[in-house]
Design a protein. Structure first.
Length: 608
């Protein structure tokens, strides 16, 4: 019915370099529209998709029917499993808002530490890493960003913190699915017996832990600038060091799939224990002001990182920054009613005692944590060996070729990506549905209210849904037309200098697809083949693809859309992109230098 298509990586005059110019056009269009023109992400995604289709058909000679089918498969993958996870994760959050238990959770976390900089470490870094370990695929950003909002973080800052925190744990996310995928696609690409899941996990565990030490410091800098780093560095260092050491030990000596679970729990415990003997000298009020965009800035002085006119300091009259859940009939309450602590200095303990926040009963606190305990329990059960194996088989999981799509890779074999996996029961989004039902029961939310909250969740995320489906359609067209392979082959032409560029290739893959798993499937084999040709270490470059890729997560349009929609600021993805792209590039440069040194005698001892 449709004409078969075979990928050619050098369609322009037989030159990979010239072809790469055209292959880069869709990505350049996307980043230009988002970062420079600050266009809404859903519109930027659709325009970039159009550019990718034009390049695929006009330059790569991909039949129009095959190009469109490729886009439809990508859009379908964008909804299931990715959006299926995000929508249902935010629904669980919305249930906690409807029942009022999210306020209880916020007050509980404030009692651990009223300092928002410490809260960013605990919620975004530690708890986000745990969610990444269990679910991945956007769940940590979707959940932690609304938790930060409930704690009083301004919308854009909450989104930026959640995105940046979701870096170090990504390579081992979803029980190390990216590493498992990397081992699968590289094991037969070159003759190197080290290209197994365990050894690849061990090598990644000698790269991302170093990144983990830095990330908490970046988070407190984003929350409160240089003052934040100066006053809270002990907590940031403890969280980063414990997480990094645990990640290294677990990935090398215990279990690759359990790496992030172990690291997240130990890091959170270490920070809580530290807070028993140490507190910041000052806890400035950095909450989003419910009354005036200038009051919070004036209350903490000129050292605050944002100006009074910053979009981080919205007023309640702006409908675009209402509570992320957007609940009707759930009004914003003022700080005094919420029990929100005021600016606290170490010497003002008497004042704190006279203005104690509202206390919740132990039962209500347990219920507030209930949804997250339920999520952890369900995902842990679903990922047990026998259960996971059973759910991966029919009828719970069905794999079928996308109807009409027939693409042959440059190696002469059909692309594996033309097969669509529909794991309707084991999908993280379906497990979230079960978690939501149990949450409604535990929090005593009536069935009608739970259903209405579910409908509102889809309405709130309508722009994010379009964005994610458009971006994944773009990614599939790029991959199945050969445009991504052209970019990879062009970078691989750098020879021995490719050791510096290998992390960038992974970064590009995740920036486009939003998934370290997808980037590893896309570029893993290319990395090891290039390494073999250039006389480099295949194991090192394969790991660099995954470790460098995690830094593209924060600028992926699908994750930007998820974060922006979750804080009620759909359409501000361009602003959010500008806030995080600098950190993404700085950390990427750090990873490139680390990998380069690991290819030399300086740090070569780190390679197994």
């Amino acid at each position: 019915m449709f004409e078969q298509f075979t990928i050619v990586t050098d369609p322009v005059g037989g030159s990979v370099a010239l072809s790469a110019i055209f292959a880069a056009l869709p990505l350049l269009t996307l980043f230009l529209l988002l970062g420079v023109l600050r266009m809404r992400a859903w519109l930027a995604g659709l325009i970039s998709l159009g550019v990718s289709l034009a390049v695929a058909i006009a330059v790569y000679s991909m039949p129009a029917g095959q190009a469109l089918l490729s886009a439809t498969e990508g859009a379908a993958f964008g909804f299931f499993p990715i959006l299926w996870i995000v929508v249902n994760a935010i629904w669980v959050y919305n249930l906690t808002v409807v029942s009022g238990h999210f306020d209880v959770l916020r007050r509980s976390m404030e009692r651990v530490s009223p300092d928002m900089r410490i809260q960013a470490i605990i919620v975004a870094f530690c708890f986000g890493a745990l969610l990444e370990a269990l679910a991945g695929f956007g769940t940590p950003v979707a959940v932690t960003v609304v938790m930060l909002m409930a704690l009083g973080f301004p919308p854009l800052r909450a989104a930026a913190v959640a995105l940046i925190a979701n870096t170090a744990p990504v390579a081992f996310g979803a029980l190390a699915t990216p590493i498992v995928t990397l081992g699968t696609v590289t094991s037969g690409a070159v003759a190197d017996p080290r290209l197994t899941t365990d050894t690849l996990g061990a090598m990644v565990g000698r790269q991302t832990p170093i990144l983990a030490v830095i990330v908490p410091l970046v988070l407190v800098a984003v929350v409160d600038g240089r003052r934040g780093v100066r006053q809270t560095w002990p907590a940031a260092i403890v969280a980063g060091l414990v997480f990094g050491l645990a990640q290294f030990v677990a990935s090398n000596y215990i279990s690759v799939p359990l790496t992030d679970i172990i690291a997240a729990l130990l890091a959170a415990a270490a920070v809580v224990l530290l807070l028993r003997v140490w507190r910041p000298t000052e806890s400035p009020d950095l909450h989003a002001s419910p009354a005036s965009p200038t009051s919070a800035a004036l209350s903490v002085g000129a050292d605050r990182p944002d100006s009074p006119s910053s979009p981080d300091s919205p007023t309640t009259t702006d409908p675009s920054i209402r509570s992320a859940a957007g609940q009707e009939g759930v009004p914003e309450r003022d700080a005094a009613v919420e029990g929100r602590p005021q600016p606290v200095r170490a010497s003002a303990s008497a004042d704190v005692a006279t203005a104690a926040p509202e206390r919740d009963s132990p039962v209500e606190v347990l219920r507030a944590y209930g949804p997250y305990l339920i999520i952890i329990l369900i995902f842990s059960i679903a990922n047990l060996g026998p259960v996971k194996k059973a759910l991966a088989a029919e009828p719970w999981t069905v794999v079928f070729p996308w109807p009409g799509l027939d693409v042959i890779g440059a190696n002469g074999k059909p692309l594996s990506s033309i097969n669509f996996t529909f794991g309707w029961l084991p999908a993280a989004g379906t497990l979230m549905i079960f978690a939501g039902i149990l949450t409604a029961i535990v929090l005593r939310v009536r069935p009608g209210a739970a259903v209405r909250a579910y409908g509102r969740t889809y309405a709130e995320l309508r722009h994010a849904i379009v964005t994610v489906m458009a971006v994944l359609a773009l990614a599939y067209v790029l991959n199945q037309s050969g445009q991504t392979a052209t970019l990879g082959e062009f970078l691989a032409g750098a020879g021995t200098a490719f050791v510096f560029l290998s992390s960038i290739l992974g970064w590009i893959g995740v920036a486009v697809t939003g998934s370290d798993t997808s980037a590893n499937a896309l570029f893993g084999a290319l990395q090891v083949q290039t390494a073999a040709q250039a006389g480099l270490d295949p194991l090192l470059l394969a790991a660099a693809n995954s470790s460098g890729g995690v830094l593209g997560k924060m600028i992926s349009p699908q994750n930007l859309a998820i974060a922006a929609s979750a804080v009620g600021m759909a359409g501000k993805e361009g602003d959010l992109f500008r806030r995080v792209v600098g950190w993404s590039l700085i950390l990427l440069l750090f990873m490139c230098v680390l990998v380069t040194l690991q290819a030399t005698p300086v740090l070569g001892w780190m390679v197994p």
